[in-house]
Design a protein around this ligand. Structure first.
Ligand code: ZN
Length: 306
């Protein structure tokens, strides 16, 4: 996410000053000079606040030291963060993305009144880390203004009840909230097994951001291009006839949207396996996300809580 895009802000400032100048210019040749000047100034100020206010808030936010206990949680729970060089630009950018995401998104627990689930920092940081991981290779990428993010204590069913049979770990409504099971979110960061509901649901958000739920993420240079559609069609056919290697879990065969979301989980959690088994799919995701996670040495075994 961009903290202070100077060129863009200069353009907004230029437009705002133009409004003000037009107002003043009109005032000189008007029978009622002050209303004209005032309208120009108000329009200019409103334009600037609307277009650049977010960046002023972001710049003030990242000027503060990153909370030490947040850093400790990220070190302990987020492999991706721990692998970024200490004191390097990449780690700084990850931290900035995390706190901007937390400042601009509305995360709260399911339930009401005394029954409402309290969402502690660790859960918030895992959600924000999911966004920071996906966007890390796209510094200019901006998440669409998100809906509410509601945290349930554990898996839930279609009625959002956490009964014994419930098996939904996360969900994105097309124009509604994003729902997470806190327990499954934590599990996703505990093991590198291709299951990470944090990444999965935000991958759906990338898919939906262009207005279509079709497994083609927003901003992809290969969006709707024949090679990608051919790859998806081919892999879906193989998944459904059990002729695809066990690289992606079976759920990827549900439809195009789930194929993309599961492929994203695998790309970040088991990149070496995906690169070796399906280099064509790996290369497309690498180009889209601007990251090459298989370029770092493979780690062995699931990581346990520390
Ligand atoms: Zn899904």
């Amino acid at each position: 996410m961009q903290v202070w895009p100077s060129a863009k802000i200069r353009v907004h400032l230029g437009v705002a000053l133009s409004f003000a100048a037009l107002g003043l210019f009109g005032a000189v040749f008007s029978a009622w000079p002050w209303p004209g000047a005032l309208v120009g100034l108000v329009l200019g100020a409103a334009w600037y606040l609307w277009m650049a206010g977010t960046y002023h808030k972001r710049r003030a936010l990242v000027a503060n030291p990153f909370p030490t206990h947040w850093r400790q949680i990220l070190e302990r729970r987020v492999d991706f963060y721990r692998q970024l060089p200490i004191d390097g630009e990449a780690r700084q950018r990850f931290e900035d993305d995390v706190r901007i995401f937390l400042a601009e998104q509305h995360i709260y627990g399911a339930g009401q009144g005394p029954q409402q689930l309290e969402v502690e920092d660790e859960t918030r940081l895992l959600i924000a880390s999911s966004a920071a991981i996906l966007g890390h290779g796209m510094p200019n990428f901006e998440w669409p203004r998100m809906r509410d993010i509601v945290v349930h204590p554990r898996a839930f069913d279609e009625d959002y009840a956490s009964e014994d049979h419930a098996d939904i770990a996360g969900m994105v409504h097309y124009q509604g909230p994003i729902l997470y099971s806190k327990r499954d979110l934590a599990l996703g960061f505990r093991r590198r097994d291709g299951h990470n509901v944090g990444l999965h649901e935000l991958a759906h958000v990338l898919d939906m951001a262009d207005g279509h739920v079709d497994g083609v993420p927003v901003g992809a240079s290969w969006a709707s291009s024949a090679p990608w559609l051919e790859v998806v069609t081919d892999r879906l056919r193989k998944l459904r006839s059990h002729r695809y290697k066990k690289t992606l879990r079976d759920y990827a065969g549900t439809n195009e949207a789930e194929f993309f979301a599961v492929a994203v989980e695998t790309f970040f959690e088991r990149p070496h396996k995906l690169r070796d088994d399906d280099p064509e799919l790996y290369a497309m995701l690498r180009d889209y996300f601007g990251q090459d996670p298989a370029a770092t040495p493979a780690r062995r075994g699931p990581r346990q809580f520390r």
